[in-house]
Design a protein around this ligand. Structure first.
Ligand SMILES: NC(=O)c1ccc[n+]([C@@H]2O[C@H](COP(=O)([O-])OP(=O)(O)OC[C@H]3O[C@@H](n4cnc5c(N)ncnc54)[C@H](OP(=O)(O)O)[C@@H]3O)[C@@H](O)[C@H]2O)c1
Length: 228
């Protein structure tokens, strides 16, 4: 199988956040590969994308197959399913691929509140993913603070800064990806260990949506950054 260098695979692209990213990347003209545990769910998500973005270049496969079809693979599953999902695609990953961790260790994983996070031994969901992927595969943390609702509102800009953390070269590639979505701006979040700060911000944002009664979700903006 030849890998399409333009493609972006989204595992769990059947869910709210993954589908939102799929819609946005498809609209930007990128080739999107939706992964799911079940082929029929992936195919149903493909239909949703094509219906919202006529002419979209989007295909659907089971997660392991989707992983082999793109240089960049976004993990879009709830935190508590991260380990099983990464173990399920481990044999499909090859050196030079980039895995983007978007997961947040929300305390909902143990039945507690979404506005709290759990302690993760490795420091963050992204560092947990980094401990699981084969050698040569880069892990980058991004998109945790972006609202699924706002991603899916295709006619509006998303208006959010995206802190991107990981090794320099893959980090820059994921920062460039942010610019495909109107309103998103990639911000250099430094090394992967900073993911623990970024992930906990999501719990804070969820609390804000409740206190300010904005179910569509908030974005975050940094001021004073030099234009890139
Ligand atoms: N929703 C948001 O606004 C938001 C914002 C920022 C970050 N995030 C992060 O983005 C990720 C996805 O969020 P989401 O809201 O899209 O989640 P979700 O809709 O609850 O789930 C996403 C996908 O995960 C897969 N999944 C569900 N149960 C699973 C299991 N037992 N084992 C393996 N895979 C399972 C499902 O895909 P299949 O059934 O097709 O396999 C599902 O469609 C999470 O890590 C979340 O923290 C979400």
């Amino acid at each position: 199988m030849t890998m399409n260098e333009n493609a972006i695979a989204i595992l769990g692209g059947t869910g709210d956040q993954g589908l939102g990213l799929a819609l946005r990347f498809a609209r930007a003209g990128r080739s999107v590969v939706i992964g799911s545990r079940k082929l029929d769910r992936a195919v149903a998500a493909v239909k949703k994308v094509v219906s919202a973005v006529p002419g979209a270049d989007v295909t659907g496969f089971e997660n392991a197959e989707a992983t082999m079809r793109a240089p960049l693979v976004i993990l879009s599953v709830p935190f508590e399913h991260t380990i099983a999902t990464v173990k399920g695609i481990r044999a499909s990953l090859a050196p030079e691929q980039i895995v983007v961790s978007m997961g947040v260790p929300l305390a909902t994983a143990i039945g507690d509140r979404a506005a709290r996070t759990l302690g993760v031994w490795q420091g963050s969901c992204a560092e947990l993913v980094a401990a699981l992927v084969p050698p040569g595969v880069a892990v980058v943390s991004a998109f945790q603070n972006v609202s699924a609702h706002r991603l899916q509102a295709l006619d509006d800009p998303v208006e959010c800064d995206v802190l991107v953390s990981g090794e320099r070269e893959p980090r820059q590639r994921v920062m460039a990806l942010c610019e495909l979505v109107p309103g998103l701006r990639g911000v250099d979040g430094g090394p992967l260990e900073n993911a623990r700060i970024v992930e906990s911000l999501t719990a804070l944002l969820i609390g804000l949506t409740v206190r300010y009664q904005v179910p569509e979700g908030f974005g975050i903006r940094f001021t004073g950054l030099p234009a890139s």
